[in-house]
Ligand binder design. Sequence first.
Ligand code: LLP
Length: 427
Amino acid sequence: ARTVRRDADGVMTVGGVDVKTLAERFGTPAYFIDEADFRARARAWRTAFGPAADVFYAGKAFLSRAVVRWLYEEGLNLDVCSGGELTTALLAGMPADRIAFHGNNKSTEEITKAVESGVGRIVLDSFQEIARVAHIASSLGKRQRVLIRITVGVEAHTHEFIATAHEDQKFGIPLADGQAAEAVRRTLRLDGLELIGIHSHIGSQIFDMSGFEVAAHRVVGLLRDLRDEHGVELPEIDLGGGLGIAYTSDDDPREPHEIAKALTEIVTRECEAARLSTPRISVEPGRAIVGPTAFTLYEVGTIKPLERLRTYVSVDGGMSDNIRTALYDAEYSVALASRASDAEPMLVRVVGKHCESGDIVVRDAFLPADLAPGDLLAVPATGAYCRSMASNYNHALRPPVVAVSEGEARVIVRRETEEDLLRLDVG
Ligand code: LLP
């Protein structure tokens, strides 16, 4: 499913509504999410793995109460990584046993809330946390289901800030030097914890399956050692998220059923070689589900041609609604959305309205030379890590998220107001 289409006049539409109507009704900048596309992708992930696996949508990519309801209805589980995400999930009616709680430094309050509300699993990230969760669970008279996140030592081919399984970073317990095995031993001895599996997340925006192959090989190696040493066979492997999406036409993502097939084959093969019964697999896609389903709509404000260089096109948002270009050198595409044009293409840089020159939305793009203030621009594939990482830099008001489906549009996260900002300023 493609999120953005055009009507007969060349105006982009989403979910059966054209962007001029959307801009008039909801203002710009705004994120528009195609609900049917979101549901279809969520469903495709769930059905791709079938009943032998669990799909946990990674809420950090984008979370709101409506999204939680869609996930619930489509039969997915939810991965949260903060008290705020947990509260949103529970308030929106996600059953606690379908929630996984992540994070490398969960607070005592967060752990207590997670255990009290009965989350299905907590993913343990350090030796201290093993002790902390065990203590909290025991004092609440509970036995908490947990996984241990290990660092398998894989160099994922992605931006350094979003690669997470090489050794020199903050997540997980290293497989190296027997540390992961020691973490398992300790966890097995603690009454408050029920160890159900091992977790590995190698990074994000990954296309090459070989990283998952190495990760699965190493996780299964650990499971085999544990069986040999302690006679325990852990029932589950969680391979995390991280599957890439197409931001520009150069990216070539795989379909969920291909990924499911590849991951299942890798785990099955490794387990057969180790003579282990195949564990249950779980995965945590965030970007791959929500990323392609939304786009950001901006209005062009000023246009500044710089001789021999390029034309700077300033829009009414910027790094406060999409930090990814500045932070990761992420690439996006952009299209004139409010009309058709057969003018010559010109080289542009689409920039925001913030007070720094790194405030770039799309570094290099071509837009028609007759572009004018008031035109609407659409930047596709902004569903993941844009609204969820949005900021109030320069006291920007964070844009709304509008769900569009079958010709109807409704706000699911409203636009911030100056009152919202001032409410926090109590000085
Ligand atoms: N599971 C765990 C344990 C994770 O840490 C993450 C992402 C995911 C699943 C979901 O990964 P996904 O399928 O969405 O790639 N802000 C960055 C991405 C940070 C990802 C952090 N963890 C970006 O905008 O690219």
